[in-house]
Design a protein around this ligand. Sequence first.
Ligand code: ADP
Length: 587
Amino acid sequence: MPSISRLAHLSIYALLILIGALLAAGIAVRQAERHALVDDAARAGGQLMLYGNTLHTLIERYRALPAVLALDPQLRSALSGPVSLSTQDALNFKLEKINSAAQSSTLELLDRSGLAVGASNWRLPSSYVGHNYGFRPYFLQTKAEGVGRFYAVGVTSGIPGYFLSNAVTNDAGDFLGAIVVKLEFPDLEREWGQGDDLLLLSDAKGIVFIANQPGWRYRELLPISAADRAELAATRQYDKQPLSPLKSQTIREFSKTSHLSRIEGPQGAADYLWESLPLAAEGWTLHLLRKPQALAEDTRNAALAGAGTWLTLVFLGLFLYQRWRLARVHRRSREELEQLVQERTRDLRTAQDGLVQSAKLAALGQMSAALAHEINQPLTTQRMQLASLRLLLDHGRIDDAYRALGPLDQQLTRMAALTGHLKTFARKSPSGLRERLDLAAVVDQALLLLDPRLRHEKVSCVLHLIRPAFVRGDAIRLEQVLINLLRNALDAMRDAPLKRLEVSLEPEPNSPPLWRLSVGDTGGGIAQEHMTNIFDPFFTTKPVGDGLGLGLAVSYAIVHESGGTLTAENYSDGARFSLVLPAEPEV
Ligand code: ADP
């Protein structure tokens, strides 16, 4: 059942193409997602930079504040001795005023032991005044280095903030205490909270202390060593806030500060693009976490493009394959056609050879009566000569008998030559033969075969033959041509009052040299209206049985095959046929 197997084939091809299209779509989608992810990561990196700049600017704005305040004479003199209540009040008012002007969170003045002797928040229950912050790293740092900075949860207020401090010294440069500005970032967190992105700020230990979404603060991004834990306890940096690790696993890394990670956040595990920006001055790191979102539309377009490309390639392949097949069919049919033409040419040649041979045999048949007569007549003479020979022998006239043998011998030789040539002439000559031959000898042979008719019809023969006349061709076929021309001439002169046959063979003044053989008669010529037809096959003006109309057609073909020409013309009272052949050089 060929149709069913064809159907099965088609279904398999269709299935393969479909699977290919799906694969291509899948690959395109993956590729598109990768690109989208990388683009997204780059965008997130850019935004993170902006956030980082905002934070940096904010901190920079307040960095100079404690340095300037440390030079204030009132503050310096207050710290030089024990602080009275009135001094404290004055300090509190002053710090409150400056704090509100500078828009910082809190301002406080610590004495050399770390005790807060004045603070801008003195009115609040969470006032710093009277508390000792000597254990805080920023204080210790300031005492040692002149400046300090530290992010911590306020032990008194419970509100986290960034403490920037500067040492207050006397003129001799002795440490008197520290002026501390506390920055809280509620505005910043609020501002950050408006976006979809998750923003985290972690300290040098990898602990998140600012986050714009709940549940992310006080998470440990890195494992904390025992020493660090002890330090955390000592400085009470995050005071009572419980710290918990944030588990994450890197899925793909784009760069050292950019990767795709699975994070077990407060709302469960999810994939995030995670960009980090180290803030060198503070020793912090700002993080931006963003859920990757490949747009459904983009994905669909990528899938379509992938499948489309695949189908285009498939159809291009099919198109090229069909073109190749068509070209092959063309090539094959051209080859077949050429072979057919060759075969037909061969057949045609065989048919033509057959025709030439048949025409020759037909001519021989028509000549046979005269030839039989030619052979018969000498036989009768010879019988008579034999009888007289016997008589001579009977009478013992040996010498005369010998003399009488001479003509007998001659006649037998002539007959043997005639029959021998007849045999050769009747033989089918192989086509395409091109031997070197003397055209004059060919004329001799043709005249030999027609000699009985010439004598019988009392035709006067004028020969003008220049010999040897070498040409290249087939002797038997050229003789066939000549016999046709001579017989036509004799036929034309059958009833003519004057019968004169002129055969001439002369070199033609030409380069390359040619031989011209012409046969002229006095048979009245060819009627003008027949001139164009005489070389056509089966054209004859002779009565049925006498002519087939093939003689001149066959002759024309033979002469052309030998590279010559055959033409006819009328002259005086007859026709003249001329055969021109390229001359062969004499050797
Ligand atoms: P066929 O001899 O059988 O008729 P040919 O092809 O040999 O066929 O000749 C074709 C015709 O050409 C003849 O019938 C005759 O009319 C004309 N023709 C040929 N030779 C001569 C000639 N020498 N004189 C006049 N007519 C001729």
